[in-house]
Design a protein around this ligand. Structure first.
Ligand code: HEC
Length: 309
């Protein structure tokens, strides 16, 4: 017991057998041995040097990569108390449909997911109906084509990976449903990737159909620049600069990758008062029930011999 007595407060009383009972307060309730200072220093020092070493190793790996690092951008959904910018998501869907859909699929997004988020049910049905889906087999055993429905997923333009690679000089346009979560830097990376195609620096050789982008690992990317000023006309009159198009499509893709973010934040806000009450309860219990019990020492003093036993 590493308790040190700093205050003694006796409240004495008489027991039935004539013995007095004295209650003595002890300041600490630690039951383990106290660490010596030099041992503490040793542990902290080791931890600091291991952390420093790992950090240095990771940093030097990053530094040896010629890739540009995307700077963090002020997305509304990064705000603790805000959700997605839904008007931006709706415009972003338009950009995806008119630009990206010719090469990339969104295999985990069905048209029904758009309802109430970017489109009304009628609008989403109309969007789905624009797609032709191969369904079947019918009663004669043949496959048939039908217009898309709300329950259909947004499949890409290619039948398989081979066809996609063959069309894109060997590069495979990945499915974009989870791309924001799948890349380091997330939405910041994809925004910078879309808006920062540059001239090829001297000494860099590009392959067939490749373009140069300093944000892409290695610089040579199989996707050409696809976002330009004024490429997509917005129905809501928002100026359609390249950075606006990129911001909108990335907001849309971030929502596709993480559709539960808004629900999570709402539940979090509701849970805060409950957590506060639980914290207050445990603080009260520790301070007024647990601590006094652990720091109170009972001593029995004999009335006859007037000494401790
Ligand atoms: C002409 C076809 C084409 C179009 C249109 C296109 N892409 Fe791509 N995209 C590709 C190809 C091919 C790759 C693979 C590049 C590689 O691996 O070198 C790719 C890769 C990507 C990647 C992954 C980059 C990485 O880090 O691996 C993202 C993100 C992406 N595209 C987003 C988009 C978005 C958003 C749009 C629409 C604004 C779009 N693409 C339009 C062909 C296209």
């Amino acid at each position: 017991m590493a308790a040190r007595v700093i205050s003694r407060s006796y409240s004495a009383g008489l027991l039935k057998n004539g013995n007095r009972i004295a209650v003595q307060k002890v300041n600490s309730f630690s039951t383990g041995p106290t660490l010596k200072v030099d041992k503490k220093c040793w542990i902290v020092g080791t931890l600091a040097s291991v952390t420093g070493g790992v950090w240095y190793a990771l940093e030097s790996v990053n530094a040896s990569d010629p890739k540009a690092m995307p700077s963090p951008l002020p997305w509304t959904h990064k705000d603790l108390l805000k959700g997605y910018d839904h008007a931006s998501m709706r415009r972003g869907y338009e950009v995806y449909k008119q630009v990206c859909a010719s090469c990339h699929s969104l295999q985990y997004l069905a048209y029904r997911h758009l309802v109430g988020q970017t489109h009304t049910e009628e609008e989403a049905k109309a969007e789905a109906a624009e797609m032709t889906v191969v369904d079947g087999p019918d009663d004669t055993g043949a496959m048939f084509e039908r217009p898309g429905r709300l329950t259909d997923y947004i499949t890409g333009p290619y039948k398989n990976e081979q066809e996609a690679r063959f069309t894109n000089n060997g590069a495979y346009p990945p499915d974009l449903s989870l791309i924001v979560l799948a890349r380091k830097g997330g939405e910041d990376y994809i925004f910078h990737l879309l808006t920062n195609y540059t001239d090829t620096p001297a000494g860099v050789k590009l392959g067939e159909g490749q373009a140069y982008n300093p944000y892409f690992p290695g610089g040579a990317i199989g996707m050409p620049q696809v976002i330009y000023d004024g490429l997509v006309d917005y129905a809501d009159g928002t100026p359609n600069s390249a950075s606006q198009l990129a911001k909108d499509v990335v907001t849309f893709l971030t929502w596709v990758a993480d559709r539960s973010l808004e629900d999570r934040k709402q539940i979090g806000i509701k849970a805060l008062p409950i957590l506060f009450l639980m914290f207050a309860g445990s603080w009260y219990a520790t301070r007024f029930i647990f601590k006094p019990l652990k720091t109170t020492k009972y001593e029995f003093i004999s009335r006859i011999r007037k000494q401790k036993f």
